[in-house]
Design a binder for this molecule. Structure first.
Ligand SMILES: C[S@@+](CC[C@H](N)C(=O)[O-])C[C@H]1O[C@@H](n2cnc3c(N)ncnc32)[C@H](O)[C@@H]1O
Length: 364
């Protein structure tokens, strides 16, 4: 298995793990949540911060909280930022005008595809790229990625979200844009996806992994629904990798992440290295990881600025307590980034073709 580590940093952040690199990001605001369900990666659980919320063993409180948060906040977000609920990708050397932010969010999709396409090129041993024909958008928001990818490749895209309001809005936008035959959205849990095995040749998770209370189950489901040879792209918030001498994050780091969990309805965080280990444990191939913080750095300050406009403030006041609580936590994300605790990670891999699998099929 080949693992590639690309970093997009300048100045480069501290590299704490020999195999992977990473960094932060994040969009609007959410609520609290708690630590993950039982995972086979005990070390991951042992060192993850304990979020302070209460939830049931089956995670239903968390799911309901996430659904309510996005039901409540999605129209505000769409009104101010458009149909992508993810970070923008910025050229670190250029200044950014406000109108650039929506373009930067589209650039994030393009750059993530480009990053993963290297996987395809390596496999095929030539420079051609394979067009995905069947795509799943796991944690789809109001479907911005699906519609973009569908238009770009002519692909069929299926999106899932916990929020009924998002699914309805995503379908309405698809119909309005003449894409109803190609893309559709439904309410479903990423940890129990309503799809048979081996359906999709691109599995896309853009800034939803941070909400998943069981990262092993999350990654296993991504791998299960991927067709042999499919590319899997995960863009997500992680905490920093631990140094070899460390067993866990420092106390102040756990406390800061807990505050963010409580504000944004996130479960315990993991590192990029943890994701790489999970992908390896499933025999996924051509694993690559990078920290894109340098490329997303202008995003959070821009979100805060947009919240401080008259339109932003009045919309926020009308949007509900969950959204307001999240808005107050935005500076915590910036603090986490500045202190090199939070990483904005892209992790990509490929599911082996049947001939490459050696009969393992560990994702099933
Ligand atoms: C920050 S938004 C990102 C939306 C979208 N990927 C985008 O880039 O615009 C996070 C999304 O993850 C979804 N999500 C969180 N946990 C989920 C779960 N367990 N199953 C399905 N979707 C989930 C939320 O409903 C929301 O749509």
């Amino acid at each position: 298995m080949k693992i590639t580590c690309l970093r997009a940093c300048h100045p480069p952040p501290l590299l704490l793990h020999s195999r992977t690199c990473h960094t932060i990001l994040s969009p609007p605001a959410w609520r609290r949540l708690r630590s993950p369900t039982l995972s086979s990666t005990k070390r991951l659980l042992a060192r993850a911060p304990n979020a302070t919320t209460t939830t049931t063993n089956d995670g239903s409180v968390l799911r309901e909280g996430i659904a309510e948060f996005y039901d409540e906040s999605s129209s505000l977000w769409e009104d101010i930022w458009g149909d992508h609920m993810h970070h923008g990708y910025y050229n670190p050397d250029s200044s950014v005008s406000v109108s650039d932010h929506r373009a930067a969010q589209v650039r994030m999709i393009e750059e993530a595809l480009r990053f993963a396409i290297f996987v395809v090129q390596m496999i095929n041993n030539n420079l051609s790229t394979e067009k995905p024909e069947r795509v799943v958008d796991v944690g789809c928001g109001i479907g911005g990625s699906s519609r973009y990818i569908s238009r770009k490749f002519g692909a069929k895209c299926l999106g899932i979200t916990l929020s009924p309001v998002q699914a309805q809005r995503a379908n309405a936008l698809a119909a309005a844009q003449g894409l109803a035959d190609l893309v559709s959205f439904q309410v479903a849990d990423a940890l129990e996806q309503p799809f048979p095995d081996g359906q999709f040749d691109l599995v896309w998770s853009m800034e939803s992994g941070e909400h998943m209370p069981d990262k092993k189950k999350f990654v296993s489901e991504l791998a299960r629904v991927a067709a042999p040879g499919a590319v899997i792209i995960i863009v997500t918030w992680c905490h920093r990798d631990l140094a070899p001498s460390e067993q866990s994050l420092q106390q102040w780091e756990k406390e800061l992440l807990n505050k963010i969990c409580n504000a944004y309805y996130l479960p315990a965080w993991c590192s990029t290295a943890d994701y790489v280990e999970l992908l390896q444990s499933l025999s996924l191939q051509d694993i690559k990881a990078a920290d894109w913080f340098q490329y997303v750095a202008p995003f959070w300050p821009a979100v805060i600025r947009s919240a401080l406009t008259w339109k932003g403030l009045t919309s926020l006041l009308h949007s509900g307590l969950k959204t307001i609580k999240g808005a107050f936590a935005m500076p915590l994300m910036i603090e986490g980034y500045k202190k090199d605790l939070i990483k904005f990670s892209i992790i990509t891999c490929r599911k082996p073709r049947d001939s490459e699998d050696g009969g393992k099929k560990q994702w099933q």
